[in-house]
Design a protein around this ligand. Structure first.
Ligand SMILES: C[S@@+](CC[C@H](N)C(=O)[O-])C[C@H]1O[C@@H](n2cnc3c(N)ncnc32)[C@H](O)[C@@H]1O
Length: 302
């Protein structure tokens, strides 16, 4: 959604931008190119391989115009100057290299270790959750992060079947799920929801997203924009809720919205577009993974 991101952030010479999910540096390169000759980019990713790839890609054309750090975008306000940015981008989810390298363990299309860590320095892996979490915790993860209707049955069965042997590989888990929950004409593989749920839990994606959104206004200048690309309804709901709260022109004591008790306040942000922006036909053809992408844009008020 590069064109849409550029429309949202309107990079200009001298502008300063933060890309909290720099990945391979695709969006970052477009932002730097559009802000030639002296726009600046702060980049961040939890994934060391992504940081290296982005460094290499940007160094060739934009040397001296960016700083990239490895870390969680939830911590951007810890190193980017307050009110220092004209635009902040969060392009959530996993990158193509993460999905394509079997050893990262994100995909059940290829066999690899049950890993799924975006930041390989962290201790918790998918294998640890699958082999160690209690059935209630697993059911909660499958239901809350995957919307898996059979969450309880699958979690109980997993807790039973892992006693004799450990689940170690993506294929082992995917085949086990398919045996317990056959396709029955469904288009998507029955493991899709469980894999998504485990990935979100391993990387604490919802916690990072909430903290990252909360930190974004602090690093934006007045008039600066926050663009967030989500890939599933759970993420989009968090972004919508954040936007609703920050654009609201009143507060409600005790969190219960009784119209007579509303206290007016000046909102911190405004929605740039009311509706989420979706990828165009050309992008959908070039990149089928963008099918579920939605871009929402907020502007910090002065
Ligand atoms: C969809 S890819 C981004 C692709 C990038 N926009 C590009 O143009 O190449 C998502 C990236 O965000 C990273 N990521 C996800 N959650 C993160 C977080 N909380 N903090 C930092 N990076 C994160 C992932 O490691 C992955 O590299």
């Amino acid at each position: 959604m590069t064109a849409e991101v550029l429309d949202a952030l309107r990079p200009k010479p001298g502008g300063r931008y933060a890309d909290g999910t720099i990945g391979g540096g695709g969006h970052a390169a477009s932002i730097l190119s559009a802000s030639t000759p002296d726009g600046w980019l702060y980049g961040c990713d939890r994934d060391g391989a992504a940081v290296e790839a982005a460094q290499q890609r940007l160094a060739a054309a934009f040397a001296g115009r960016f700083e990239i750090r490895r870390g969680d975008f939830a911590d951007l306000a810890g190193w980017i100057p307050a009110a220092g940015c004209d635009g902040v981008l969060l392009d959530l989810g996993v990158s193509s290299p993460q999905l394509e390298f079997p050893e990262r363990g994100f995909s059940f299309q290829q066999d690899g270790p049950l890993d799924m860590r975006m930041d390989t320095r962290q201790a918790l892996t998918a294998a640890e959750l699958v082999n160690g979490a209690g059935p209630d915790e697993l059911a909660k993860i499958f239901w809350e992060y995957g919307g898996e209707r059979e969450s309880r049955r699958l979690a109980r069965a997993l807790a039973r079947d892992r006693t004799g042997r450990k689940f170690e590989t993506t294929r082992q888990l995917a085949e086990w799920i398919e045996r317990l929950s056959p396709r029955r004409g469904r288009k998507t593989h029955p493991a899709t929801r469980i894999f998504q749920a485990l990935r979100i839990a391993v990387n604490n994606e919802m916690g990072s997203l909430k903290r990252g959104l909360a930190a974004a206004p602090a690093i934006l200048k007045p008039g600066g924009r926050l663009a967030v690309i989500t890939f599933h309804s759970l993420e989009d709901r968090v972004v919508k809720e954040f936007g609703r709260e920050r654009t609201c022109a009143y507060t409600v004591p005790g969190g219960v919205d009784v119209p007579e008790l509303r206290q007016p306040r000046i909102p911190e942000m405004r929605w740039v577009t009311r509706k989420a922006i979706r990828p165009g036909e050309v992008e959908l053809q070039d990149n089928p993974r963008s099918r579920s992408a939605q871009l929402r844009v907020l502007e910090k008020l002065g």
